[in-house]
Design a protein around this ligand. Sequence first.
Ligand SMILES: NC(=O)c1ccc[n+]([C@@H]2O[C@H](COP(=O)([O-])OP(=O)(O)OC[C@H]3O[C@@H](n4cnc5c(N)ncnc54)[C@H](OP(=O)(O)O)[C@@H]3O)[C@@H](O)[C@H]2O)c1
Length: 256
Amino acid sequence: MRARRCQRRSAHERRGSSPRLQDRVVVLIGGGSGIGFEVARRVIALGGSVVLGGRTPSRLEAASARLGEGARWQTVDTSDSASVEAFFASIPVVDGIFTTAAEYVVGPMRDLDPTDAASPFESKFWGQYRVVRAALDRLSSDASIVLMSGAASVRPPAAAPAYVAANAAIEGLARGLAVELAPIRVNAVSPGTIDGNLWANRDEAVRAASFAQFSADTVLGRPGREGEVADAVIHLLTNGYTTGSTLYVDGGYSLR
Ligand SMILES: NC(=O)c1ccc[n+]([C@@H]2O[C@H](COP(=O)([O-])OP(=O)(O)OC[C@H]3O[C@@H](n4cnc5c(N)ncnc54)[C@H](OP(=O)(O)O)[C@@H]3O)[C@@H](O)[C@H]2O)c1
């Protein structure tokens, strides 16, 4: 397995092209739904395999069945270091990581108690930090890590300072890890509002108002689609000369 990897790597380096996903293992924690699931579909279509992680066995089992051969799953809770370490214990080599797992409260400083205010950092920032740390000894030398951020990092949508700061910290983490882990590549993807599973589970009136506001605020005049973010993640997983970058998939939201 190792020898084949080396041959493949030197082949793409000789061609001067980027690494492929054929026969590569991509870990998608949160991949049982939404954007992570769309990434899983693309990885498998490109000849790779995925390990889906999440907290709900029935969701992971159903997602894995939809994906077919090339997908397997295991429960994990990114808020718990022991759970994240146990998750990686059964995965000998990791070629890619993308973690959409997160659960947090967003709101103004005045209204949130300290636990809720800290939740974007605790869940989204430290959750992804735990995942990368637990995977360190299993990463192949040309692995690619994509961190999940959000365009609120550069353009606060409303009074939500801790959420804004947590996303900015994730983009900083990508830059810091890109230096520490090179030649492993580390980047962040930073979506605007995406019309998908996350919002489908929210109140209809809130969703409609948020989509209308986002459409008015962004250059392309509409929310994004999960597949559009997934395409950007595949780009970051496979481009051999991009590291420490943040790719904004936000319809131009951050420009205005
Ligand atoms: N959709 C948007 O508009 C948008 C925009 C910008 C950024 N984002 C970012 O995208 C991420 C959400 O992805 P999504 O939009 O695809 O939503 P999603 O479909 O709700 O995906 C989240 C997934 O993470 C899993 N999960 C949640 N907490 C977990 C935990 N502690 N441990 C393990 N798994 C956990 C969930 O499954 P279980 O509940 O079964 O564990 C679920 O499958 C968040 O980081 C969010 O900030 C989304």
